[in-house]
Design a protein around this ligand. Structure first.
Ligand SMILES: [Mg+2]
Length: 368
């Protein structure tokens, strides 16, 4: 049976843009563009994606990707892919719905439980307070892995404030204790000499994952850190160009690859990166830093790939940090029990955007 894309609707605010796709037989699918500046992304979506695909028959995810990226070959960058993830993720949801299976099942996996690590986004928190809140979450939800922040974001080697990194890499692991895996993220802070020094201290403090130690646009810096340290050096969240991924993988710039489903341009392209990494025996621990659809997509993604990393990234930030993610979906799809999330088992992504949230957003419709 042939399905033609008949109607595309978007529901947008500055942080998030949800996409509803309707085929000519009335079947529907829901997706999301990447978060942040979603209003700008939505503009690109309606100018540079929608006109190419309205009226097009769906044959495969790759053919939709090829169509858009060829038509827009002068724009091989982040914004187009952030927008493209809206259509790709809506198509995956649609296909799951017409086949009455979850996306993870479309990919040959099974829904079920998935180990999560609690991911802190905060740097303005003192080491003592960070240790306290992570221990509380460990006790309340049974998390057995956490990530916290060191250095300052793209900070040229500078700490968030003097002494914070030295302090937090001692205090937090000690408080969490054995049996809890400890991960840190430097968000492109250091050059390799400092990163290697810090990496040795991370090892001394039972930390097993060193994320984005060096500016991500300087892979040779990162590679030196990977080669010097026994600890897992990780990265890739910012990268969306397949050529860059091929280079990172070919040269084993990091030990673990961290594509972000939405920055990549959707699940189809994220799966491609995972496959490339798998061929090189490199695990994927995807990036998913907020509780919008990106984390739902990542659950399905992680459970379906052979080289999945040890856990799902699950943001621990609430309404004080991410007020815009509150009540985005019906129900509680991110609930954690004994340190595990449950992949929604319903058709497609298995979640529904909350009607009240949709009503408050800015609406746009394109139809043939
Ligand atoms: Mg990161």
């Amino acid at each position: 049976m042939e399905f033609k894309i008949k109607k595309i609707e978007t529901f947008t605010n500055v942080h998030i843009s949800a996409v509803k796709l309707t085929m000519d037989d009335g079947s529907t699918g829901w997706g999301q563009m990447s978060t942040y500046c979603a209003d700008i992304t939505c503009e690109i979506f309606h100018r540079q994606i929608v006109p190419h695909i309205l009226g097009v028959s769906f044959s495969s995810f790759e053919s939709v990707e090829n169509l858009i990226l060829r038509k827009e070959h002068k724009f091989p960058g982040s914004y187009l892919l952030r927008a493209f993830s809206g259509i790709d993720t809506a198509l995956w949801d649609w296909l799951g719905k017409i086949k009455r299976v979850s996306v993870v099942e479309l990919l040959g996996g099974q829904p079920g439980k998935l180990r999560a690590y609690g991911s802190s986004m905060k740097r303005d928190i003192t080491p003592k307070n960070e240790a306290q809140r992570l221990c509380k979450l460990r006790d309340e939800f049974g998390f057995d892995a956490f990530k916290f922040r060191i250095g300052s974001e793209c900070g040229n080697g500078k700490d968030e404030w003097e002494g914070r990194t030295e302090e937090i890499i001692q205090i937090v692991p000690k408080a969490l204790g054995h049996g809890v895996e400890k991960l840190v993220d430097a968000n492109s802070c250091y050059f390799h000499i400092d990163a290697i020094e810090i990496g040795k201290k991370l090892i001394d403090n039972d930390i097993s994952h060193f994320e984005e130690p060096c500016p991500y646009w300087l892979p040779n810096e990162t590679k030196k850190v990977t080669e010097a340290l026994e600890i897992d050096v990780t990265g890739g969240e910012q990268d969306c160009d397949i050529r860059i991924w091929q280079d990172l993988i070919d040269r084993k710039v990091t030990d673990i690859m961290q594509p972000d489903v939405m920055y990549m341009g959707g699940l189809t392209r994220a799966l491609r990166v995972a496959e490339m990494a798998n061929k090189a025996n490199i695990p994927c621990t995807p990036h998913a830093a907020n509780l919008s659809l990106v984390t739902i997509c990542t659950m399905h993604f992680l459970k379906s790939i052979p080289n999945s990393g040890k856990y799902l990234e699950l943001s621990i930030e609430g309404s004080d940090y991410y007020p815009w993610q509150v009540d985005l979906f019906d129900g509680t799809p991110f609930e954690v029990k004994e340190g595990q999330c449950s992949i929604p088992s319903g058709p497609g992504w298995g979640v529904d955007f909350n009607k009240k949230w949709l009503e408050k957003s800015s609406y746009k419709l394109c139809e043939i």
